[in-house]
Write a protein that binds this ligand. Structure first.
Ligand code: FES
Length: 127
C-alpha cells in the first residue's frame, strides 16, 4: 500500500499501486464531483501539483492529459494520474464553497466600505 496525501486538508490515505488520484481522493473521504466517469473528458478531476513534491510518485502524463492540460501545466487529471509511490496532490476548492467564499469576501468589502462611508459622513466636514 502506498500513502497519498491530499492538501490543503493534509488527509492521508493508503492505496494500492496503480490506483488513480480520483479514486484515492474518494477513499480518503474527499470525493470529487465528476461527469465523465474517469474518461479524461470533463476536466472536473483536476488536481494541482504540490510545489514541494512535484509529480513524484505519480505515473507519467497520459497523452490525453498532455493534450487537455499541456505538458507542464502544474495540474494533473485525477482520473489519469496513477499512484506509483508516495505522492502529494492539492485538491481544488469545491466550486460551491468557492462561490460562497467569494460572495462573503465581496460582502465584507462592501461592509467595510459602508462603514468607512458612514464614518466620513459622521465626521465634521465629512462627505
Ligand atoms: S473524471 Fe472527468 S476528466 Fe477526470
Amino acid at each position: 500500500m502506498i500513502e497519498v496525501t491530499f492538501w490543503p486538508q493534509g488527509r492521508k490515505v493508503k492505496v494500492s499501486r496503480g490506483t488513480n488520484l480520483l479514486i484515492a481522493a474518494q477513499q480518503a473521504g474527499l470525493p470529487m464531483t465528476v461527469r465523465c466517469g474517469g474518461k479524461a473528458a470533463c476536466l472536473m478531476c483536476k488536481v494541482d501539483i504540490h510545489p514541494d513534491y512535484g509529480e513524484a510518485g505519480m505515473s507519467a502524463r497520459t497523452e490525453q492529459e498532455r493534450f487537455k492540460l499541456g505538458a507542464d501545466s502544474g495540474q494533473r487529471l485525477g482520473c489519469q494520474a496513477r499512484v506509483l509511490g508516495p505522492c502529494h496532490a492539492i485538491l481544488p476548492e469545491d466550486p460551491l464553497k468557492a462561490a460562497v467564499r467569494r460572495r462573503l469576501e465581496l460582502q465584507a468589502e462592501e461592509d467595510d466600505d459602508s462603514w468607512l462611508r458612514s464614518f466620513r459622513s459622521d465626521s465634521p466636514g465629512g462627505k
